[in-house]
Design a protein around this ligand. Structure first.
Ligand code: R5P
Length: 285
């Protein structure tokens, strides 16, 4: 039985289809004091698979309540799929007095479940923070078919060395072109400094690849450099199209032709589905 988290309704539905599993109806209410309640609409069977992107405090709370509801209903096994793990980028106490936020989230999410599956988390090592078996899968290869099939000698660029593996994966899946990476220094949440590489971009189609587009600052900075260097078309491909605030408009204004993302986050640009890869990882057959 697939149980949809509040922020993963579309992906959970697609996953249910991909696995041939029923989709749980969930009733949600908020009490006058602000407390939340979830109620499973039917018995969950033996194995409950909760699919829940933790995009907000409400979504974090929702997954904890769903896990407990499944346990309360007597399931043998709870699997928690976190297509997008919120707080993943606060993976260190960057200043004195700060928490390792993602560790706190992992401990909470990993308590009432038998296993956790993450999709392209910011750092794969985050699995170590879960108190229960956790693994990370990547759907980066699935971004390639969503790109136009007429890219000529495309250049796949990661905005920093950390995302180069993702860019290589998309490049390999696309089947032609080359890979490179820029070097990024973050100055603030909205502001990054980008050191370009020497790759020749003039007249070439370029695909920027990263795991997430949040404010769009990273991709915009890279796109502006590429435009100055006379790149042909610029595509922004990511697994998680968070697109916070006015990120989409900023990207278009920076010269990005198209944003390609997956349904780990439900946005207008989520043209790629993570469902088949998650279904493979679940191996429910
Ligand atoms: C950071 O290391 C990530 O890989 C992304 O580059 C970053 O989080 C994107 O954030 P934004 O869109 O706000 O620049």
């Amino acid at each position: 039985m697939i149980i949809p988290g509040i922020a993963s309704q579309v992906l959970a539905t697609r996953l249910a289809d991909a696995c041939g599993e029923p989709l749980m109806p969930v009733d949600r209410r908020t009490f006058p004091d602000g407390d939340r309640l979830v109620e499973l609409g039917q018995p969950p069977g033996n194995h409950a698979v909760i699919v829940a992107a933790t995009t907000s405090s409400d979504a974090h709370l929702d997954v904890l309540l769903l896990q407990d509801a499944a346990r309360e209903a007597g399931v043998d096994r709870v699997t928690t799929v976190i297509p997008y793990l919120g707080y993943a980028r606060q993976d260190a106490a960057f200043e004195p007095g700060q928490p390792v936020s993602v560790r706190a989230m992992a401990r909470a999410i990993g308590t009432a479940t038998d296993q956790v599956i993450l999709v392209d988390p910011h750092e794969r090592d985050v699995v170590e923070y879960f108190p229960t078996p956790a693994r990370a899968i990547s759907i980066a290869d699935r971004l390639a078919p969503a790109l136009p099939n007429d890219l000529e000698d495309p250049l796949f660029i990661a905005p920093d060395a950390g995302a180069r593996q993702l860019a290589s994966t998309v490049h390999a899946a696309y089947g032609t072109g080359t890979v490179d990476n820029f070097e990024k220094t973050r100055r603030s949440a909205h502001d990054v400094e980008m050191a370009p590489s020497n790759a020749s971009v003039a007249g070439r189609d370029v695909v920027l690849v990263d795991e997430v587009i949040a404010t769009g600052g990273t991709m915009c900075e890279a796109a502006e450099i590429l435009r100055e260097r006379d790149a042909e078309r610029i595509f922004a491909a990511c697994v998680h199209p968070m697109l916070a605030e006015d990120a989409y408009v900023r990207l278009v204004r920076a010269g990005v032709t198209e944003v390609v993302g997956s349904d780990t986050l439900e946005r207008a640009t989520s043209t790629v589905s993570a469902a088949p890869a998650i279904a493979d990882a679940l191996d429910l057959a």
